[in-house]
Design a protein around this ligand. Structure first.
Ligand SMILES: [Zn+2]
Length: 228
């Protein structure tokens, strides 16, 4: 019996660590589970993560950033690159905790002619040169498209991608067997409404996250002409 339990301590550790990380995300209000949620795509799911709430608790995000930094501590790193402004706070926390004291830059995401595009702002171009060692940091890796674009961008510049650190990775994503470290690795199944098992159980549908995006506008103020 004991031998069976000792069989895979690494997997067990990973499971415990993941539970801790999920609990931290839950405390920030970002992670929702055991619900019946309408996604912006129209699909239904039982779990949801609100990206923008992940970094609202400074000490939590610092702790999570330090876990990612510790994982990559044995490799020298010149630059931590955030895939976009969204993952910048996490990138800062990773860079702050990494022994190489890397600098932090971020990519700019956009869409041209219906295709996703990633660019490196001009100000950062002198920081990524041939031979530069880059650690990529992302908050959520869902399809992996953005990461793949950033990897080609870095490699085009002659720099080297040491690895990828992220908060959450959907396990189905394949990143060409690169070194990926994720605090949480799990897929949440999504269902079309017609075949959703949660609908079949008659659970009420939580439309909060879609309403929040569509209906409610962000609070804002505007300068008046007198202030110009
Ligand atoms: Zn449903």
């Amino acid at each position: 019996m004991a031998a069976v339990e000792r069989k895979d301590p690494a997997a067990m550790d990973a499971e415990i660590r993941e539970k801790i990380h999920l609990e931290i995300l839950k405390r920030t209000g970002a992670y929702h589970a055991n619900d019946h949620i309408l996604l912006p795509s129209g699909q239904h799911t039982s779990e949801y993560i609100e990206k923008t709430l992940v970094t609202t608790e400074p000490s939590f995000i610092e702790g999570l950033g330090a876990v990612i930094a510790k994982h990559f501590a044995q490799w020298p790193i010149d630059v931590v690159m955030s895939t976009g402004p969204g993952a910048l706070i996490l990138s800062h926390c990773v860079a702050r905790a990494h022994p190489s004291r890397p600098v932090v830059v971020y990519g700019a995401k956009g869409v041209t002619g219906g295709r996703r595009r990633v660019t490196l702002p001009v100000e950062f171009q002198r920081l990524i040169r041939p031979g530069t060692k880059v650690l990529l940091v992302e908050d959520l890796v869902s399809s992996g498209t953005t990461l793949k674009l950033i990897i080609s961008l870095i490699e085009q510049l002659g720099a080297h991608v040491v690895g990828i650190g992220c908060l959450w990775r959907r396990t189905s994503v394949d990143l060409d067997s690169r070194a990926v470290f994720s605090l949480v690795s799990r897929d949440f199944p999504t269902y079309p409404p017609e075949t959703c098992p949660l609908c079949k159980k008659g659970l009420p549908l939580n439309e909060e996250f879609v309403r929040r995006r569509q209906g409610r506008r962000p609070s804002s103020v505007q300068e008046t002409s007198a202030e110009r």
